[in-house]
Design a protein around this ligand. Structure first.
Ligand SMILES: CC(C)(COP(=O)(O)OP(=O)(O)OC[C@H]1O[C@@H](n2cnc3c(N)ncnc32)[C@H](O)[C@@H]1OP(=O)(O)O)[C@@H](O)C(=O)NCCC(=O)NCCS
Length: 175
């Protein structure tokens, strides 16, 4: 089977990608652009449904107001189908941190997450980062598979979030 067809071109204030040819599904034309206030308002309303459980507390407003400069959304035909909340660590300007990612359930395995991560990685590289980091719960197999498929290393740290609160810690070195 042919691999995904990745392409990109700039237009307006955002960036367009086309993806992907796998799974015999139609190519999506995706627009990535910065997170706006209306996007944030929409995300907090849909996130519990997209994640399949209570998650909205993770979408704290500080990831829009204070740490939102690198946050991105993806649109397909004007519909918001994915978001990434990420930032460069205030205490370590060489590390980019992905805090939260969500893809509309009807648009998974279409390359939306890959495009969001690619956009964030490029922003971080351009700002001098040498490392990307993210975490997830140990039961989140989909997240683990996604990160490993996109070139991240994963390790379980037993007390990462406190006693008996392990997390999968993902890291990706930027050469
Ligand atoms: C995890 C998540 C962000 C992946 O986004 P996505 O847009 O579906 O991922 P992509 O289509 O870009 O996948 C890229 C590759 O990752 C791997 N992958 C992604 N999701 C996977 C899954 N559920 N199971 C196995 N592999 C997976 C595949 O190799 C895939 O390539 P392929 O489809 O060509 O085989 C999305 O499923 C999601 O929003 N999940 C719920 C929220 C969450 O867990 N967020 C991450 C923690 S912050």
């Amino acid at each position: 089977m042919a691999g995904p067809a990745w392409g990109a071109y700039y237009a307006g204030g955002g960036r367009h990608f086309r993806a992907n040819t796998r799974h015999n599904r139609p190519i999506l034309i995706m627009l990535t652009r910065p997170l706006g206030k209306l996007d944030y308002a929409h995300i907090v309303q849909v996130i519990d449904r997209w994640w399949g459980g209570p998650t909205s507390s993770l979408a704290h407003p500080l990831f829009f107001y204070e740490l939102g400069a690198l946050a991105r959304v993806v649109e397909v035909d004007g519909v918001l189908v994915g978001f990434l909340f990420g930032f460069i660590c205030p205490a370590d300007a060489q590390t980019g941190y992905v805090h939260l990612v969500g893809i509309h359930p009807d648009f998974r395995r279409r390359g939306v997450g890959r495009v969001l991560y690619q956009a964030f990685e490029e922003e971080c590289r351009s700002k001098g980062c040498t490392l990307l980091k993210a975490i997830t719960n140990t039961g989140n197999d989909g997240s683990r598979a996604f990160h490993q498929a996109t070139g991240w290393d994963a390790s379980i740290v037993e007390d990462y979030a406190g006693p008996a609160r392990p997390r999968v810690v993902f890291q990706k070195r930027l050469d």
